[in-house]
Design a binder for this molecule. Structure first.
Ligand code: NAD
Length: 498
């Protein structure tokens, strides 16, 4: 059995806690490796290592820090097939989808190649008599990132790329469900020229997370995962004097106005609802058609497409989606489908009991569609995180707007319409962080920032974009006065009282 340890100080290190967790192949249900779960002592040792390496890295000029990322981007591109296959083998999503996961992280690495410009400070000449004032952005020291299973490439890179580019050392605690890609990324960072000790991967569970949150040498914590843990990490980090940005769950709606191009809207819903088996924080899980006639047209067009989804293991190049990540996830999603039926929602396409020949023990759930879902139902309130789309029929635009406005989560939302006025009104009034206008998954690019509102995000600075440079640096403002001295040098003529 393969044992996945940690990557500390530029080297693979075996776990010593005696605790491990299984890593599965979600398509077959087989245990393919075990991953070490770090103890407090192992975490503390990694932090000491990082702390020792950080000052020299921070003193490395920003062009040279950027060059590591130029090289890292090249290595990611060269090794893309291998990296995506490794990711898929533990996550279960298709290899093409894994490439998207890695490329979205790679783009953040491209963004931080601009660190010499991004980390520049501000300067005011003559802020007072002979006074200049300037602000510089210094790294926080040692930062940590705690990441979810669903984007084991993109989300670690959201965090470690800006943190390291700014001159910090970094401790990454990836999801214990798919830990191999993050370790491979750390190896490639070393190959790209990063000094040992600046990027460390410590595998673990709650014990490692708690050790991060209470370690006095860690100054900043970035978290992405489910909302209850995001809330806990945010509170505990703050109580321990750390800055924190914590991103949680989602329930993303897509409003379909009567004037929308229905074929476009249906295709968008298929990709955004069922891609990656719905295991995306920006997946669309609620469709809100406006008006009965729009709803009927939508459901009629969706059904045959859902029924013909191609579901397969990551080795099937033609698959639209793969299995769920674990047996727990499989049981949870099936349980929620049962719950929807009990609550009286109309189950139009049932993905329970889906079986694939040769993969009978895999965690596959077929594409599922509920119609006539009501806001008081559990399947509406809960983030299902599976291939389950709920249709909530709205009478008019105001009722449709009201649904995402009142929902606990506020990650992403989309509107499909040909009416610029409706789209503009929607974008202006909605209380959600990321809005798509005729775009189903409005994930901002690396040079903008990613973050939701309400229970989808705790903290004020988003991931990537210029927010990330602020998060991973501290501002220092210097006020300097240089009293005027003799500027003209020696005087050789007889001094007179002029
Ligand atoms: P999760 O909350 O179970 O785990 C996230 C991380 O927290 C992992 O590293 C895990 O080891 C750790 N963890 C788990 N339980 C813990 C505990 N009790 N105490 C301390 N740490 C703990 O999330 P997941 O299942 O890996 O990921 C799916 C969730 O992440 C979904 O809710 C999804 O919406 C969310 N997500 C959000 C975003 C976003 O940007 N808002 C992006 C991706 C995923």
């Amino acid at each position: 059995m393969r044992e996945i340890g940690h990557f500390i100080g530029g080297k693979h290190v075996a776990g010593t806690s005696g605790r491990t967790s299984n890593v599965y192949n979600p398509a077959t249900g087989e245990v393919q490796a075990t991953v070490a779960l770090a103890s407090v002592d192992e975490l503390r040792a990694a932090v000491e290592n990082a702390k020792a390496a950080q000052p020299k890295w921070a003193a490395t000029n920003p062009q040279r820090r950027a060059r590591v990322f130029f090289k890292f981007v090249e290595l990611l591109n060269q090794n893309m097939d291998e990296l995506a296959t490794l990711l898929s083998s533990e996550h279960g999503k298709t290899v093409e989808d894994s490439k998207g996961d890695i490329i979205r992280g790679l783009e953040v690495c491209e963004f931080v190649c601009g660190i010499p410009h991004l980390q520049k400070g501000e300067f005011t000449e003559g802020a007072g008599p002979a006074i200049d004032m300037y602000s510089i952005r210094q790294p926080v020291g040692v930062g940590a990132g705690i990441t979810p299973f669903n984007f084991p490439g993109m989300i670690p890179m959201w965090m470690f790329a800006p943190a390291i580019a700014c001159g910090n050392a970094f401790i990454l605690k990836p999801s214990e469900r798919d830990p191999s890609l993050p370790i491979r990324l750390a190896e490639l960072m070393i190959e790209a020229g990063l000094p040992a000790g600046i990027l460390n991967v410590v595998n673990g569970d709650k014990a490692a997370v708690d050790a991060i949150l209470t370690d006095p040498n860690i100054a900043a914590v970035s978290f992405v995962g489910s909302t209850p843990i995001a809330r806990y990490v945010y509170g505990t980090a703050a109580m321990n004097g750390k800055r924190a940005q914590c991103f949680g769950g989602a329930k993303n709606h897509m409003i379909i106005m009567p004037d929308a191009d229905m074929d476009q809207a249906v295709n968008a819903l298929m990709g955004a609802g069922y891609g990656s088996a719905g295991e995306r924080c920006m997946a669309v899980s609620v469709a809100v058609p406006v008006g009965e006639e729009t709803a009927n047209r939508l459901v009629e067009k969706l059904v045959p497409k859902i029924e013909s989804l191609r579901i397969g293991p990551y080795t099937d190049e033609k698959a639209d989606m793969g299995p769920l990540v674990t047996k727990d996830a499989y049981n949870r999603v099936n349980g929620l489908i049962d719950r929807g039926v009990e609550e009286g929602a109309k189950l139009v396409v049932d993905g329970r009991g889906f079986k694939l020949q040769g993969y009978e023990d895999g965690y596959f759930v077929g594409g599922t569609l509920f119609d006539h879902v009501k806001p008081e139902m559990d399947i509406y309130k809960t983030e299902i995180f599976g291939p389950v789309l709920s249709v909530v029929r709205a009478k008019n635009y105001e009722d449709a707007l009201d649904l995402p406005m009142k929902h606990e989560y506020g990650n992403g939302v989309a509107i499909y319409t040909r009416d610029g006025d409706a789209a503009r009104d929607f974008a202006s009034r909605i209380n959600i962080g990321m809005i798509g206008v005729n775009v189903p998954i409005p994930v901002p690019l690396a040079y903008h920032s990613f973050g939701g509102w309400k229970a989808s995000s705790f903290g004020d600075l988003n991931q990537h974009g210029t927010d990330s440079i602020k998060f991973w640096t501290r501002t220092k403002t210097i006020t300097a006065r240089w009293p005027s001295g003799i500027k003209d040098g020696a005087e050789f003529v007889m001094p007179t009282m002029k």
